[in-house]
Design a protein around this ligand. Structure first.
Ligand code: ATP
Ligand code: MG
Length: 465
C-alpha cells in the first residue's frame, strides 16, 4: 500500500501518536481532571507508557518485514558462492528492498553472462592448447612453469601437476633449451634454436618474452621436427644410395670397355667373356631402373590393384616353388606351415607373389647354408586379417637398421660388405604394395639368430569377388 519503508514507518508513528495524543487530550479535558495536577501526571505517564508500548508493537513487525528479504538475500549469496549461479530471490514487495532485490538479480544475470563468456573463451583456449601438436610452456619472469600443455608434458615425459611451479630447467632438463631461455631473459627479445634431445627427438624452440598488464614472463613453443628431419635424412640417403648403386655397375662397365679397348679386343674369347660381363652389368642397371620406376608408380598410385578374394595357398605356393631350387642349392630347409581352414583374403595375387618372392629371396640370401626358412600364415581375429610371415635362422638385422630397412635403397652394412646382391628396393616396394592392400608389414630380428618378416592382408567379405 505504501511503497517506501520510510513512509510506512512515518505514517504508522503518526497514527500511533495521533491516537495517544487524542486520548490524552480527551482525558485532560474531562471536568474532574482540569486543575488536578495528580490527574494530569497520571494521564501523561499513561500516555507515555502507551506510546512506548505502541512503538514496540509497531516497530517489531515493521522491522521483521523489512529484514526478511535481507536474510533471504544473504542465503542466496551463500548459495551463489558455492557455485549455484542460477539461485535468485523473488521480490515480494515494491519498496526499497524490492528494488534492491531486482537490482541484485539484474547484476547476477549480467555476471552470469560474463562468467559464461569467460568459460567459453577459456574452454576454446584449452582446446587449442590441448590439441596442439607443438609443446607450449609459459614461465614467469623467474622461470617457474605457470602453464604447460599436454604436448609439452609428453615431450618431457611428465605430468602437468609435477611440472607446474617447478623451474624451466628442472622440467626440460636440457642444456640447449636452458641456455636459450637464459639468452631470451638477458636480451629481452624472441630467440629461436634447434635442439636435439637424446637420439630420437629433434626440436625447434621459440622463446618469446611477454608483458600483459601485471603478468610478465616467457612463452616457449617447442615444435617436433623429428619426422621432417627423418625425411630429410631419408632423401639425402636416397640420393647418395642411388648414386652409389648406379656408380658401381657404371664403373665396372668402364673397366670392361677400357680393357676391351686396350687388349681384349684382339682376343675374341676374352672379348666374349668381357662382353657377357658388360651385358650382366647392364642387366643390373636395367633391373634397378625398372624397380625404381615401379616403386615410383606404386607410390604415386598409378598401379591399380586387381583385388579379388584369393585363397592364401594360391599366394604362397608359386613363389615357394620358384625359390625352392635356390634354397636347395644352399642346403636350406624351406618349410611351409599353412593351416587348413584359412579364410580367403582380398588381394592382387601378382603383387603378393612379388612380396613373398622378395621375402623368401632375402631369407635365402641372408641365411647361412644348412639353415631353415619357414613360410607361415595364420588368422588374426583382432585385425580381421591373415598374417603371412617368413622366418629364417640367418644373420639377423642390427638393431639400428631394423627401423630403416623398408626405406628405398637401404641395406645394412653387413649386406653391403658381404656383397650380397640386391638394390635395396625389394622391401620398399613390398611395403607400398602391402599398404595399398590396407595391410601392414613389420619385422622382428635378432642378430645371429634370425629374422621374421610379417605382413597382413584383409579377410575377404562375402561381397568381395
Ligand atoms: N631376412 C633377412 N635377414 C637379414 N637382413 C635382411 C633380411 N631381409 C632384408 N634384410 C636387410 O634389409 C635390406 C633391404 O632388403 P631389400 O629386400 O629391400 O633389398 P635387397 O634384398 O638388398 O635388394 P632387392 O630386394 O632390391 O633385390 C637388405 O639389404 C638387408 O640388409
Ligand atoms: Mg630383397
Amino acid at each position: 500500500m505504501f511503497p517506501h519503508i520510510r513512509w510506512r514507518i512515518a505514517i504508522s508513528y503518526f497514527i500511533l501518536v495521533a491516537i495517544v495524543m487524542g486520548g490524552l487530550a480527551a482525558y485532560l479535558s474531562r471536568p474532574d481532571c482540569i486543575g488536578d495536577a495528580r490527574c494530569v501526571r497520571q494521564a501523561v505517564s499513561t500516555a507515555a507508557i502507551l506510546l512506548l508500548f505502541g512503538t514496540a508493537v509497531v516497530a517489531i513487525p515493521v522491522a521483521a518485514r523489512t529484514t526478511r528479504p535481507v536474510r533471504q538475500l544473504s542465503q542466496i549469496i551463500q548459495r551463489i558462492a558455492t557455485g549455484e549461479w542460477e539461485a535468485r530471490v523473488l521480490p515480494q514487495t515494491r519498496d526499497e528492498m524490492g528494488e534492491l532485490i531486482l537490482a541484485f538479480n539484474n547484476m547476477m544475470d549480467q555476471l552470469r553472462q560474463q562468467h559464461l563468456a569467460l568459460l567459453e573463451e577459456n574452454s576454446q583456449f584449452n582446446t587449442v592448447l590441448n590439441y596442439m601438436i607443438d609443446g607450449v610452456l609459459i614461465t614467469d619472469s623467474e622461470g617457474s612453469i605457470r602453464l604447460i600443455n599436454p604436448a609439452a608434458t609428453k615431450l618431457f615425459d611428465l605430468t602437468e601437476e609435477s611440472a607446474l611451479s617447478r623451474s624451466f630447467a628442472e622440467v626440460v632438463r636440457h642444456h640447449q633449451l636452458i641456455d636459450l631461455w637464459q639468452q631470451c631473459q638477458k636480451e629481452g627479445r624472441e630467440v629461436t634454436a634447434a635442439a636435439e634431445i637424446g637420439r630420437e627427438l629433434f626440436l625447434q624452440a621459440i622463446i618469446t618474452p611477454f608483458e600483459e598488464g601485471w603478468a610478465k614472463g616467457y612463452l616457449v613453443i617447442l615444435q617436433d621436427l623429428t619426422t621432417v628431419r627423418h625425411l630429410q635424412t631419408v632423401r639425402r640417403d636416397f640420393i647418395s644410395n642411388v648414386s652409389h648403386e648406379l656408380r658401381t655397375p657404371l664403373a665396372s662397365l668402364r673397366v670392361i670397355i677400357e680393357t676391351l679397348q686396350d687388349s681384349a679386343y684382339d682376343d675374341p674369347e676374352t672379348a666374349v667373356r668381357f662382353l657377357d660381363r658388360a651385358a650382366s652389368e647392364i642387366d643390373v642397371l636395367t633391373q634397378m631402373v625398372a624397380e625404381l620406376l615401379e616403386l615410383s608408380r606404386i607410390e604415386s598410385g598409378q598401379v591399380p590393384l586387381r583385388l579379388q578374394a584369393t585363397a592364401v595357398a594360391d599366394l604362397l605356393l608359386k613363389p615357394l616353388d620358384r625359390l625352392k631350387p635356390q634354397a636347395e642349392r644352399a642346403q636350406i630347409d624351406l618349410i611351409l606351415d599353412l593351416p587348413a581352414a584359412l579364410p580367403k583374403v582380398q588381394a592382387d595375387p601378382e603383387r603378393i607373389h612379388q612380396i613373398v618372392t622378395n621375402l623368401l629371396h632375402n631369407a635365402i640370401k641372408f641365411t647361412p647354408d644348412e639353415g631353415e626358412i619357414t613360410l607361415q600364415a595364420h588368422r588374426d581375429e583382432a585385425e580381421n586379417a591373415v598374417v603371412i610371415s617368413v622366418h629364417d635362422t640367418g644373420i639377423g638385422i642390427p638393431k639400428e637398421d631394423v627401423g630403416r630397412i623398408f626405406e628405398r635403397f637401404y641395406k645394412s652394412d653387413r649386406a653391403r660388405t658381404r656383397g650380397r646382391g640386391g638394390t635395396g628396393l625389394g622391401l620398399a616396394i613390398s611395403r607400398h604394395i602391402v599398404q595399398a592392400h590396407n595391410g601392414r608389414i613389420w619385422v622382428k630380428s635378432k642378430e645371429q639368430k634370425g629374422s621374421s618378416f610379417y605382413f597382413t592382408l584383409p579377410i575377404a567379405t562375402p561381397d568381395d569377388r
